[in-house]
Design a protein around this ligand. Structure first.
Ligand SMILES: [Zn+2]
Length: 265
């Protein structure tokens, strides 16, 4: 562990005396206040990220140092396989743009008035496959025809869920920044190429061992064929992704079809 070991913040909320009425509003003031006060930028390491003045459609915070944007989702229950998100059309439009926001997922404890878990999904893990359309609202709804979205957290590899707080323990800032840097290479890839890399990363992680063979990854051939039905060369495609992941240091070739995850060193 590097750095001076000093925790980068405290987990308690400060805005506990707010006069807001509803519990949802109160929780929003608590969690947004905490992020504005505590959160550093995992991209450039700046000490703070700033809240956007008004409610914007997609992003909530911005780093003044590197212009990276962040969207905050906070809830008191554990995050499951899917997270509810905003308008599907707007999400898809933002997907390919430079200022697509990173996603901050914060879980808090209402009784203790504190943050218990926080992780960030860097924007380069978002692909069309991860943003799922919800059914449009019916004709009788106030916003008839409006279509929301889900973010499929279950389709994001572990490398794309970077913990900042886990079970009320702060992860050292250096550890967070390092984890962030390790997958930054995905930003250089187009959306489709990124999709393949992310899917292969997920397969490799599912093997569940730091060392694995090409054969272990081929075991996911059927699944990848279902995701990419037009591709008839899934095995060569898998090898190609492993090479790109090797070139960027995410894994290491040990020779003779054996591989090792870099993060497991
Ligand atoms: Zn920054």
């Amino acid at each position: 562990m590097s750095g001076d070991g000093k925790p980068w913040t405290t987990l308690g909320f400060e805005e506990t005396q707010t006069a807001f009425q509803g519990p949802t509003q109160r929780a929003r003031v608590w969690t947004e206040g905490w992020v504005a006060r505590s959160m550093f930028c995992p991209n450039c390491g700046a000490e703070k990220i700033s809240q956007f003045p008004a409610n914007r459609q997609v992003a909530d915070f911005e780093c003044r140092g590197c212009s990276e944007e962040y969207e905050l989702k906070a809830q008191k229950s554990r995050f499951g396989a899917k997270v509810l998100d905003g308008a599907y059309g707007a999400k898809m439009l933002r997907l390919a743009s430079d200022n697509n926001p990173n996603l901050l997922l914060l879980k808090y404890d209402r009784a203790r008035l504190s943050v218990t878990d926080l992780f960030v999904v860097p924007k380069h893990f978002f692909t069309a496959e991860i943003i799922e359309a919800r059914k449009p609202l019916g004709p009788l709804a106030r916003r008839a025809g409006w279509q929301g979205s889900h973010i499929r957290l279950d389709a994001v590899p572990l490398s794309g869920k970077i913990a900042l707080v886990r079970e009320s323990i702060l992860i050292p800032k250096e550890t967070v920044l390092k984890a962030w840097r390790e997958t930054l290479f995905l930003r250089e890839e187009g959306l489709v190429a990124r999709g393949w890399l992310i899917d292969v990363m997920r397969c490799v992680e599912e093997i569940g061992r730091a060392e694995f063979t090409l054969h272990d990854v081929y075991a996911f051939e059927a699944r990848l064929s279902r995701i990419y039905p037009d591709n008839n060369n899934v095995r060569p495609k898998i090898r190609q992704q492993l090479q790109v992941l090797r070139d960027h240091g995410w894994l290491v070739f040990e020779g003779r079809g054996r591989y090792r995850l870099r993060s497991a060193q």
